[in-house]
Design a protein around this ligand. Structure first.
Ligand SMILES: Cc1cc2nc3c(=O)[nH]c(=O)nc-3n(C[C@H](O)[C@H](O)[C@H](O)COP(=O)(O)OP(=O)(O)OC[C@H]3O[C@@H](n4cnc5c(N)ncnc54)[C@H](O)[C@@H]3O)c2cc1C
Length: 449
């Protein structure tokens, strides 16, 4: 069979690969995309989209509880699941295939392997190109726990596509995925045990964040175990029984492993182009170049496992290939956990700022003590905002919030960090009354000088 030639071949079409494909095609390049599962990747079918869709209905019920004079709405699981299925396109990407083909993109189904410089083998079909873009994403990391495989477990895939709600569940991992899904299962009536090996939840964020969300989850009835690991798992009368490091057993009808992600670097032929299959991800430069004629984007780079980061890197690659000088800047990428209240953070934590030798000023304010919006929003107002500033340069370097809608208004901090807006300008910036955004002025004024 003769080889087919393309201007670019994109391996994997999660959000990162999709952006690269669309942009390169829009730039007039002849593009082939290779996908072994579904166009849209983890995010569209088993991650961001189903999880956020599933979290919203119970959140609405809790919103109603918190607003004055509102009767609590009923939430019906079958309709929630039906809408989730609609949102994940019933695991059918034929619309996406048609969309790309209409655009002139060649869609190749199958498992891609780099066969050598400029050559991609898809189950025996050879694609030739000067530009290979690797966007193979990540898999759920499965820790080596005795008995885990034999007992059976869920990853994000089973949890986000479930049909029947479990009566009880043990969740391993107290990061963003563990926290979101713990709240989802609990709010749908399951008895939830959340096991976190670190001393606090979402432990990569400022310590205050973990403490605040811990209180919320415990108040909702989630049994949170911190600073302990799952040592062994066994199946006992239809239940997964997990023995923890402290010797205690916790049990659940289901067991969800949410202990992080592993970049998909194995078996894709990186060695054929002299790239090391580093388990932490493909090393890339600021233009997402991984080697001669090879770029890598999204979770497979291990830079930051977020859809918006992968999409950003897709734009960077397209710009680089178009010959525009461009460099990725990750200093102001928002990080949101869609719990209720939401956790949002951007930039450096206080500890990271200190480690970088920054002369740090911080503030933390309680929203109900500082502004009006939390009171008009709900009867028992909530929320905290923390800022991290660079004293010498008089700019923000980090921010975090645990509060309603924090995932929306964190973007003000993101813009301030990205553009290095002087604190003086933030003090002189006027927010609409009464909004959560007003908190920034109070927090900037509260920075220790
Ligand atoms: C439960 C959960 C919730 C999340 N929620 C959010 C959120 O709200 N917001 C957010 O920003 N991020 C969220 N994330 C993270 C987000 O899903 C990922 O960052 C994102 O999907 C990464 O995109 P990607 O394109 O790099 O890879 P993926 O989405 O993993 O896609 C990679 C694609 O490559 C294909 N592929 C792999 N190897 C090959 C091969 N050899 N040949 C052909 N095709 C191949 C795969 O089939 C897949 O379709 C969440 C993750 C989880 C697990």
């Amino acid at each position: 069979m003769t080889d087919e030639r393309f201007d670019a071949v994109v391996i994997g079409t999660g959000p990162a690969g999709e952006v690269a494909v669309s942009r390169l095609s829009d730039q007039g390049l002849r593009v082939a995309l290779v996908e072994r599962e579904l166009i849209g990747g983890e995010c569209a079918y088993w991650a961001c989209i189903p999880s956020k869709t599933l979290l919203r209905p119970p959140e609405t019920r809790f919103d109603a509880r918190r607003a004055a004079g509102v009767e609590e709405p009923a939430v019906h699981w079958p309709q929630v699941a039906e809408y989730r299925d609609e949102m994940i396109r019933n695991l059918d990407d034929s619309g996406q295939v048609k969309g790309y083909e209409d655009q002139g993109v060649v869609v190749v189904r199958g498992e891609a392997r780099i066969a050598g410089p400029g050559r991609v083998d898809v189950d025996g079909r050879m694609l030739e190109t000067d530009r290979i873009i690797v966007a193979t994403g990540s898999d759920a990391s499965i820790p080596p726990i005795e008995g885990l495989s034999a007992a059976g477990y869920w990853t994000n895939r089973e949890a986000t596509t479930l049909k029947e709600l479990p009566a009880s569940i043990v969740i391993l991992g107290g990061g963003p995925v563990g926290v979101e899904l713990a709240q989802f299962f609990c709010r749908f009536g399951a008895k939830v045990t959340l096991v976190q090996s670190a001393e606090r939840l979402v432990h990569r964020e400022d310590p205050a964040v973990g403490a605040l969300i811990l209180d919320v989850l415990r108040e909702e009835g989630i049994d949170v175990r911190l600073d302990t690991r799952a040592e062994r798992v066994r199946l006992e009368r239809g239940e997964r029984v997990v023995t923890l490091g402290d010797g205690q057993d916790v049990r659940g009808q289901e067991l969800l492993v949410a202990t992080g992600r592993t970049p998909r670097v194995e078996g894709i032929g990186l060695d054929k182009v002299g790239i090391e299959a580093d388990p932490s991800g493909i090393q890339v430069d600021a233009r997402c170049r991984a080697g001669d004629g090879v770029w890598a984007i999204g979770d497979v780079t291990g830079v930051m496992p977020f859809t918006h980061v992968g999409m950003y890197q897709g734009r960077i690659v397209a710009a680089d290939i178009a010959g525009r000088t461009t460099k990725a800047d990750y200093s102001a990428i928002p990080r949101v956990v869609f719990s209720d209240p939401e956790i949002a953070a951007v930039g450096l934590t206080e500890q990271q700022a200190r480690e970088q030798g920054i002369d740090v000023a911080t503030s933390r304010i309680s929203l109900p003590d500082s502004i009006a919006r939390p009171w008009t929003y709900e009867k028992e107002p909530r929320g905290d905002l923390g800022l991290i500033a660079d004293r010498d340069h008089q700019v923000l370097v980090g921010a975090w919030a645990v509060a309603p809608l924090a995932g929306e208004w964190i973007h003000q901090a993101a813009l301030a960090i990205k553009t290095k807006t002087p604190l003086e300008v933030l003090r002189d910036t006027v927010a609409q009354f009464p909004t959560f955004s007003e908190a920034y002025l109070k927090a900037v004024e509260a920075l220790d000088d």
